[in-house]
Design a protein around this ligand. Sequence first.
Ligand code: DOR
Length: 443
Amino acid sequence: MTGLLIQGASLFGGHSADIRVRDGVIAAVGSLSPELGERTIDAAGLVAVPGLVDLHTHLREPGGEASETVLTGTRAAAAGGFTAVHAMANTSPVADTAGVVEQVQRLGERHGYATVRPIGAVTVGLEGRQLAEIGAMAHSSAAVRVFSDDGFCVHDPLLMRRALEYVATFGGVIAQHAQEPRLTEGAQMNESALSGELGLTGWPAVAEEAIIARDVLLAQHVGARLHVCHLSTAGSVEVVRWAKARGIHVTAEVTPHHLLLTEELARGYDPRFKVNPPLRRDDDVHALRQALADGTIDIVATDHAPHPDEAKQCTWAEAANGMVGLESALSVVQLAMVETGLLDWAGVARVLSTTPAAIGKLAGYDAPLEVGSAAHVTLVEPEARRTWSTEHLHGRSVNTPYTGRELPGRVVHTVHGGIVTVHDGVLGEAESIAALAKEALRG
Ligand code: DOR
């Protein structure tokens, strides 16, 4: 691999420096002159953050290739500045065996756009009845560390207890989709005065908060690590704050859409805004932003949930839950958190890179942008403004909720392990990225 010199980037939005990359590693940082044969990237005016890491991505392969594949999803990831994604287990077949997680991992390695870390299911078939092959997945070549039935809640308290106990033996984590099933039967949107007005069955905040309260107590009881997926209510923030104050090992994520959008968008019955958990109210959005700023919520995770047109271009009641989010995540976080003064770029790096990597036990992100660390670098132009459209999407599905909105910031370059996956906003060709990835693996 030829060397790379990133020139004049503002590190974490602070002082400017050059970054030299050799053999997939950051070889030097400082004031550097180009060497013979070295490829250069002019990063003047760009902010450098470590490559983004998503803890919650639906790549849909195997089985859901009409919505997304590992290749198309990791292209979308690279376009959004991500260098690693954790692939959710609700595929078909479900990722509940060593065979499936190894297949997903291998596809990621072959394509090279981003590191793919498979998430294993907690229960067989996500059915909530019997624990999946957690140990076999953990000890497979995919070395799974995050387990989730996302899409469904592990609602049986005894199974949840056993799963927590099991993963604690090898430093794994259960990522819970906190949704009490009986309280949300047939739910279509947030339960509120508006759901009554619109005639849509409500999804009450207590259905999320009750499960989180139960699970932090279970995690404390067995001494395990719990992660809460897509936390969406002010009450959930209070429960997590209480648990952390008691020293319980709980981490929590919020999605970009829950940091920006509210239930008011359901008024038009446009299924692009239908998501699970549902969009909540202004006071929830406010509490989620404050909690992300003060560390009660640890990370932002996209919950990138691609769906084909037929699953979204239908009535609200029939439509699938979910929205794509990889390409827009950084812009939405800039809008909701940076431009409101709640986070600086070092904070963005924490919530979108180093902490999600730490939760997922993903190596290579603990000394970001430092000499000797893996060369995962995202270069952002914060001054850019884009009117969001499907042109900005690179996956197979177009169910974005941001069409027509002005979003700030633009990912200009993405470097994954020394491979430039996005240059000047343009994705590298699949064949050349795959060839470089092969060379790096041989390495
Ligand atoms: O909106 C959602 N979509 N929430 C989930 O929990 C699952 C996801 C999906 O798989 O489409």
